[in-house]
Design a protein around this ligand. Structure first.
Ligand SMILES: Nc1ncnc2c1ncn2[C@@H]1O[C@H](COP(=O)(O)OP(=O)(O)OP(=O)(O)O)[C@@H](O)[C@H]1O
Ligand SMILES: [Mg+2]
Length: 211
């Protein structure tokens, strides 16, 4: 049985779901058998992995079939970690089914008060999912952080009102994340030039393994 099944969810396009899913899965794959699930009809993860060479160290990818629960349960049976990249929707049947099946939901969010406020809908959706999945844990993850916008006062206030935990670790804005996507690898496969991005990902992984 899987130790952790993690869905990356946000209704906001371009918030970093696919970037976080793929790099998170690549880091988890160094710890144990890991599988990626592409639940997005845009098929970004599948395209990313299709570009990779066979030794890129990327986990295998399955596209979510008609029965999300069955697909996830089957993968959980023989993988330690399952990571699911979701489409930019939070109300659809597929995402609702995924939230009932997973242990952890991560919500990447850009570091601006406006983007944080747009996560308010997620709070309601998560509490609905907890009616079927009472142990579901959920956390925001800041993405594209620049040192100067780490956590402005306006963001801290927005966060306090949102009542949703946020990981201490975050993804900084780094060219390595874009390069990895172009080259069909994860940041773990980019060598020295991506060391700071790998440090971001390792901190995120260590934190979520304790959730
Ligand atoms: N931390 C980062 N630093 C630099 N570029 C980033 C970072 N995170 C994401 N990007 C870039 O931002 C763009 C959007 O990211 P991504 O595709 O992961 O978002 P998404 O939430 O999956 O989008 P969609 O909603 O369309 O599925 C991509 O070009 C990606 O390379
Ligand atoms: Mg995506």
């Amino acid at each position: 049985m899987a130790d952790k099944t993690i869905a990356i969810i946000s209704q906001k396009g371009g918030s970093g779901k696919t970037t976080l899913s793929l790099n998170l899965a690549a880091g988890l794959a160094l710890r144990g058998p890991t599988h990626l699930v592409d639940a997005d009809p845009q098929r970004s993860i599948s395209q990313w992995v299709a570009m990779s060479v066979s030794n890129a160290g990327l986990p295998p990818v399955t596209q979510l079939g008609k029965d999300p629960l069955a697909t996830i349960e089957q993968l959980e049976y023989d993988h330690r970690y399952v990571v699911i990249d979701c489409p930019p929707i939070i109300q659809g049947d597929t995402v609702v089914a995924i939230m009932r099946a997973v242990q952890i939901v991560l919500i990447p969010v850009l570091p601006s008060p406006i983007d944080l406020w747009s996560s308010v809908e997620m709070v309601g959706v998560i509490s609905q999912a907890r009616r079927w999945n009472p142990d579901l844990r959920a956390s925001l993850v800041l993405n594209q952080v620049e040192t100067r916008n780490a956590l402005s006062r306006a963001m801290s206030e927005a966060l306090a009102e949102l009542d949703m935990p946020i990981l201490k670790a975050s993804m900084q804005r780094r060219a390595a994340y874009r390069s990895a996507a172009v080259e069909g690898v994860s940041v773990y496969g980019l060598g020295k030039r991506a060391e700071p991005a790998v440090t971001d990902m390792e901190a995120i992984i260590e934190e979520i393994l304790c959730l």
